[in-house]
Design a protein around this ligand. Structure first.
Ligand code: MN
Ligand code: MN
Length: 333
């Protein structure tokens, strides 16, 4: 039986193979994986320990904050602060960037953007949730860290990934050399390489759009949804609809099976609903590395330069051929 690599072995080997990669980035990925195991444990027993439900306050996005949102936020911040490689974090749960003054803070060469718990409203009903992260490299680590350093396009990311807390827990990430997925063996608390060099099918059948928004979304998306409803010559369905409203879960399914996820701008959310820096950009890099495509309907997500850490963007993401079709409807409408 050939030996399956653990996440730690894999990232260490990658570092040896790629002289550009530094031990610092390896340490960040390791810290994220450890934090995700702690969060995973809490999510698995959320119904038992009074961790479901709201804290009773709203975050800066006007969304109700769940107890597990704050728990996960603290676990990831503590893990990265302990590691010392990150100078600051932009988190969905904090209006301002968090400057880390841990052991080696002044030498922190990286910045982290994160959605510590994505899809958290689904915790109470036992649907998969996730963590999304994006790592940026600082231009000048000797300077005092400032918010401006975060305002670079997603094509400047040095690592990006997500954890899905589902029927099994997986960590999926890229550093620009393809996408690799690791599954947690909960009995020993170790992530193993289960999905090496992930590729998304160029053609897909799944479309993930909240069609309750039909009347308030752009004409191009309405037309694309209509196109997905069409039957072939034999009267058979050409597409199938899947939408959980849990971004990481919807994305992960489509990545594996082939599909498109669209959260467009709507009358209710004129700039879209998802956050560019810690939702759209990391997933956009992963889909591109897996052979797919991501845009705001017209512009490549990875080329958008943010001006606000909580900036929103419309998101079109998925299989190449489906994306090309959807973008055609957008340009023509
Ligand atoms: Mn989210
Ligand atoms: Mn969240």
């Amino acid at each position: 039986m050939s030996k399956i690599a653990t996440l730690t072995e894999f990232i260490t080997d990658q570092q040896i193979l790629n002289p550009q990669a530094t031990g610092d980035l390896t340490r960040i990925l390791y810290d994220i994986s450890v934090a995700s195991k702690v969060v995973n444990k809490e999510i698995n027993k959320a119904g038992l320990n009074d961790m479901t439900g709201d804290v009773g306050q709203e975050n800066i996005q006007g969304e109700s904050v769940k107890k597990l949102d704050l728990y996960a936020n603290n676990v990831f911040i503590d893990a990265l602060e302990g590691g010392g490689q990150c100078a600051a974090i932009a988190s969905e749960e904090n209006e301002e960037i968090i400057i880390l003054d841990g052991l080696n803070s002044s030498k922190g060469k990286y910045l982290l953007c994160m959605d510590p718990l994505d899809g958290s409203s689904n915790i109470d009903v036992n649907i998969s949730v996730g963590t999304i992260f994006s790592v940026l490299k600082r231009k000048d680590p000797n300077k005092d860290v400032s918010e401006d350093e975060f305002f670079v396009a997603g094509n400047q990311q040095v690592a990006a990934g997500y954890v899905i807390y589902g029927s099994s827990t997986m960590l999926v990430y890229t550093t620009g050399n393809g996408v690799n997925g690791f599954t947690l063996d909960p009995s020993i608390g170790e992530f193993y390489l289960s999905h090496p060099n992930m590729k998304t099918p160029a053609k897909g059948e799944i479309f993930s759009i909240n069609e309750a928004n039909e009347k308030i979304m752009p004409l191009g998306v309405q037309k694309y949804a209509k196109f997905c409803h069409e039957l072939d010559q034999d009267g058979k369905r050409t597409h199938t609809a899947r939408f959980m409203g849990s971004l990481v879960a919807d994305f992960h399914r489509n990545l594996l099976k082939g599909g498109i996820y669209i959260y467009p701008n709507t009358n209710a959310a004129p700039t879209g609903r998802l956050r560019l820096m810690y939702e759209c950009s990391p997933l956009a890099w992963i889909i591109e590395e897996a052979g797919g495509k991501a845009s705001d309907g017209k512009i490549r997500i990875l080329d958008i330069v943010p001006t606000n850490i909580h900036q929103r963007a419309p998101l079109f993401i998925g299989s190449m051929e489906m994306m090309e079709k959807a973008e055609k409807f957008m340009t023509e409408s």
